[in-house]
Structures are given as structure tokens and as C-alpha cells.
Design a protein around this ligand. Structure first.
Ligand code: FES
Length: 354
């Protein structure tokens, strides 16, 4: 059920001076609900001074292990992250939706794969979960991580990564890249752009055939890394990515603006059906539903997190932007409700279809 549950903060500690790690207690009766695949994230909701804040944070711990852990980079002026940094304490409660998201690794104990990870800044959070789970549960697979940061002192999870390297010395390659610090070796200096990917690939992956790559960071980094990996011979379908932050504005026309907007919308959730009439003036289906007292899942409302993902069972909608769905999902009829307006007079959205 995609609804919020109150979870208690079991522990809080500063990862770096500008990031915190929160451990969330999951009571026994909710542990089944909070099972996850490595790489998935948690939609979070808190109330601050009468305003509701929603954010999405990736899980950095391994599936099956409780408490669940997330990493929060503290952004200057970031309302949730500053609240997490300065005010949230162990024992406090926050509202959390069950884990979600298509960016994940499928673990196969018999696999003998060679994985690559590319993370920029707090993009390490889901990749740490993926990497540590693969190393623990695929004993014949290897993982090479390339991790870009401005400086070592702001590098999240550095101790966890060295611990993995120490524990699995023959199966882990670790290359940090710093953009604002002098480095003894040129390979460790700069940003994770296309040239750097070619450089580290040449130096560390020569003679291997990477099976899959996981990439997490800002929009431009994902585009650069993916393009370079494809150029180096990887199949695009083997390069999985998750972006954070606000993507670059697309110059594509805003198709949702051309949709009429007026329609009867039916939503199916947890086996129940509800309908409402959406007006031409409603900006998107999530907001229109809220006008009628129907709470649909959402977090970023920016087309990124995919918390609002659902399947169009009947009718047609147009999305304004989509940074959260893979091409195959769009082809199969999944949409982001926070970005959608109807194109047909009746639309049925199924939130139960996985
Ligand atoms: S709520 Fe994040 S993509 Fe719709």
C-alpha cells in the first residue's frame, strides 16, 4: 500500500560536515511492507511550521537489514535537509512511504558479473546499497566504483566504501575523483564527465566486459557518463541511471499544455476505485485529485522521483516532462500523474499494476 507510515528515527549521525545519516526503525509488523530492492528510495513527509514538505531519499543500507538507513546532503536553504541537520533527533518520528523506484539491481547468487558504478556526490546513496548487496550476495561478481566529489572532506560514506574494499579486496575497485583538490595522480582529479569515464575505463576496465553499470548524479553527469559507456561498447539497456536535483529544462514543447484537461478520471488503488471530474484549469491529475479530497502518491511533483507512477488502463494522457520513467515504461503505458493531463474524455489510472 502506497501510504505513509510513521517511523521513528533510531539514530542520527553526521556523515560529513554537510551530510547526515538517518537510521529509521521499522516495527516488526511493517518489515514486510518495507522490504526493498537495492537502489530504491523512500518518499518522506514532514510538517514544518504548518507547511508540508515532501522529499525522496535513497536507501543506503542493504535489503533485509533494519533499521533502514538514508543519507541526506544538507543543502544551504534546503528546508528538509536543514531540518534534518539541525532539528531532527533520534526518537523523533517522520512519515515514510514504502520503498519505491525502478533504479535497482536484481540480485542473482549464481551471477558472475562485472559491474560498474558511477556516483557524483550524494548519488552514492543508492549505489552504496547496490554495491554492498552485490558484493555480499553475488560471491562471484565484481564491482568497480568511480565516485566524484569536490573534496575528500565532503565525500559521503567514505568509511563504508573503504570497509567494502578491505572486506572484498579482490572484487572491489575504488576510484575517487575530486574536482576541487589537487591530486597526486591525474586520474583522481577532475569531474566525472565523458573524458574522465574514458580515462578511468581505459585504466581500470581494460580487458573486462562490464555487464551492467549504475549511474547516479545530476542530469548532465548522467548524460555524459551514459554516452561515454555506450561509445565504449556497453549496451544502453545495461546502463541504469537515476538523477537527482532539478534536471535541465528541456526545449521540447510542453505537450501537457495542449491537452484539454477536462475529463472524468478514475483511479484504482489498493483494489478500490474512485472517480472525479478534472477541470480544464487543473494543472495535473495529482492536484486535481487533491481538489476532490483524493490523495494520490507524490513527492517531488517535478517529474523526477516517479513516486506518482501509475499505469494508464483506459484513455490517454500527455506528460509535460518525464525524467523518472525509462523508455520501456512509457511504451508499456506508465505515466507520471504529477505531470499528466488527459487527452481523452475518460481516463483510468491503475496504481496497483507493478
Ligand atoms: S511526484 Fe515525483 S515524479 Fe511525480
Amino acid at each position: 500500500m502506497r501510504q505513509f507510515h510513521a517511523l521513528k528515527i533510531a539514530a542520527k549521525r553526521h556523515e560529513t560536515r554537510d551530510s547526515v545519516r538517518l537510521a529509521l526503525d521499522v516495527p516488526d509488523e511493517l518489515q514486510e511492507t518495507f522490504q526493498f530492492l537495492p537502489g530504491q528510495h523512500l518518499p518522506i513527509r514532514v510538517e514544518r511550521n504548518g507547511t508540508e514538505l515532501r522529499r525522496t531519499y535513497s536507501i543506503c543500507s542493504r535489503p533485509g537489514e533494519f533499521p533502514l538507513e538514508i543519507g541526506v546532503r544538507v543543502q544551504p536553504g534546503g528546508r528538509f535537509s536543514e531540518f534534518a541537520d539541525k532539528e531532527l533527533e533520534a526518537g523523533d518520528t517522520i512519515e515514510v512511504m514504502p520503498p519505491f523506484g525502478q533504479f535497482h539491481a536484481d540480485i542473482d547468487a549464481d551471477a558472475q558479473k562485472s559491474y560498474l558504478g558511477f556516483a557524483a556526490g550524494s548519488g552514492i546513496t543508492p549505489i552504496l546499497s547496490i554495491m554492498s548487496t552485490i558484493l555480499e550476495r553475488e560471491p562471484n561478481s565484481r564491482f568497480a566504483l568511480f565516485y566524484g566529489n569536490r573534496r575528500q572532506v565532503t565525500t559521503m560514506f567514505i568509511d563504508d566504501l573503504y570497509a567494502l574494499k578491505n572486506r572484498y579486496p579482490d572484487r572491489v575497485q575504488l576510484q575517487f575523483v575530486f574536482s576541487r583538490e589537487d591530486q597526486e595522480f591525474p586520474i583522481a582529479a577532475g569531474r566525472l564527465d565523458g573524458d574522465k569515464v574514458r580515462e578511468v575505463y581505459d585504466a581500470m576496465c581494460r580487458g573486462t566486459q562490464p555487464s551492467e553499470a549504475f549511474v547516479c548524479g545530476p542530469d548532465s553527469m548522467i548524460e555524459d557518463v551514459t554516452a561515454a559507456l555506450v561509445e565504449l561498447g556497453m549496451d544502453e539497456g545495461s546502463v541504469h541511471s537515476e538523477r537527482f536535483g532539478v534536471p535541465r529544462q528541456s526545449s521540447a514543447p510542453d505537450v501537457a499544455d495542449t491537452a484539454s484537461g477536462a475529463a472524468t478520471i478514475t483511479v484504482i488503488m489498493d483494489g478500490h476505485k474512485k472517480s472525479f471530474d478534472m477541470a480544464d484549469s487543473d494543472p495535473n491529475i495529482v492536484d486535481a485529485a487533491a481538489e476532490h479530497g483524493i490523495e494520490l502518491p507524490y513527492s517531488c511533483k517535478g517529474g523526477v522521483c516517479a513516486t506518482c507512477r501509475c499505469h494508464v488502463r483506459e484513455g490517454e494522457v500527455a506528460m509535460a516532462t518525464n525524467y523518472g520513467l525509462e523508455p520501456w515504461e512509457v511504451e508499456k503505458g506508465y505515466v507520471l500523474a504529477c505531470q499528466s493531463r488527459p487527452l481523452s474524455a475518460a481516463v483510468t489510472l491503475d496504481y496497483d499494476k507493478a
